[in-house]
Design a protein around this ligand. Structure first.
Ligand code: NDP
Length: 273
């Protein structure tokens, strides 16, 4: 699914270059040397190369100050070659994540985490949509299900996945329930879901008894267990009940990067208008 979309993005990147002489550019700022973050950043760079997007990674030391980080963001905000800026999260504890994200120009905020873009999603305006929920929604659309009036349940209420996912499903006219760690009778609620999105951060959390037969199950989770990557859904068990299910790895994770490429392309197109 990602492959097909990446080919389309590559065509559009090439078209933008031919028509307007613009090569979309993405800058990723990585602070410190968290191994998982290093893998994500490398995958983002590889994705850019695959579709012809220019990319650069700015690696800052673990003890970088807030002032130095924001100075780097300011420099990239001014850089005409760069249309998208991404600060790889999580940042080391001493840094203020919210302040760093707020420093990125909203039109270059390809992660969609800036308050202005979050506000636009909330109010139904046109902004930059966060990559993971945008990718998850794209996958849900690929099933061909008419989403209007369907029961959607999102497990997780983070600002980067759960909440924007719920808002996107609401825009699709689903009836949306958001669940979290204080939710009571969770399996009873999830069994109502025509569309179930798991963004919990606990390997194998969603078991077959929690799933309505025929439901679409989207597994956002990325959990490392004994050196292997596992999702939030017990894939082998749930695939016997679900009508459609995304695997981990190779599902939402890859699509998230594809959406980052698309958001960068769109930012470059806007810059060229
Ligand atoms: P967070 O830790 O920020 O949020 C987890 C959510 O799960 C919280 O809202 C929490 O509730 C809820 N939760 C925890 N335990 C339970 C429980 N027992 N029952 C119900 N809800 C529970 O994680 P993220 O949203 O950032 O990420 C979720 C998962 O998605 C992680 O595995 C992460 O690695 C992965 N991820 C994958 C991406 C991709 O590209 N595929 C991108 C981003 C994240 P409460 O709010 O009450 O604490």
């Amino acid at each position: 699914m990602s492959e097909c979309l990446r080919r389309e993005i590559a065509d559009q990147v090439s078209h933008l270059q031919t028509e307007k002489g613009i090569v979309p550019g993405l800058a990723v700022i990585l602070v410190g040397n968290d191994p998982a973050s290093e893998i994500y950043v490398r995958n983002k760079g590889n994705g850019c190369r695959e579709v012809g997007i220019y990319s650069e990674t700015i690696t800052l030391p673990e003890d970088t100050t807030q002032t130095a980080l924001e100075a780097e963001i300011d420099r990239l905000n001014q850089d005409q070659q760069i249309h998208g800026i991404l600060v790889q999260l999580p940042l080391p504890k001493h840094l203020d994540e919210a302040a760093a994200l707020a420093r990125i120009l909203p039109e270059k905020d390809v992660d969609g985490f800036h308050l202005l873009n979050a506000g636009k999603l909330m109010t139904g305006g046109i902004g930059v949509t966060p990559c993971t929920p945008k990718g998850a929604l794209y996958m849900i659309h690929q099933t061909g299900m008419d989403l209007s009036g369907k029961q959607a349940v999102v497990i997780g209420r983070s600002n980067i996945v759960g909440k924007p996912m719920a808002l996107l499903l609401l825009q699709e006219n689903c009836t949306v329930t958001i669940c979290h760690s204080r939710t009571k009778n969770l399996p009873e609620i999830t069994r109502q879901a025509d569309i179930l999105v798991a963004a919990v951060g606990k390997a194998g959390f969603v078991t077959p008894d929690m799933v309505k037969p025929g439901a679409i199950v989207i597994d956002v989770g990325i959990n490392r267990v004994d050196g292997k990557v596992r999702g939030d859904v017990d894939f082998d068990g749930v695939k016997e009940v679900a009508g459609w299910i995304t695997p981990v790895p190779g599902g939402v994770g890859k699509m998230t990067i594809t959406m980052l490429l698309q958001n960068t392309l769109e930012a470059a197109e806007r810059a060229g208008q």
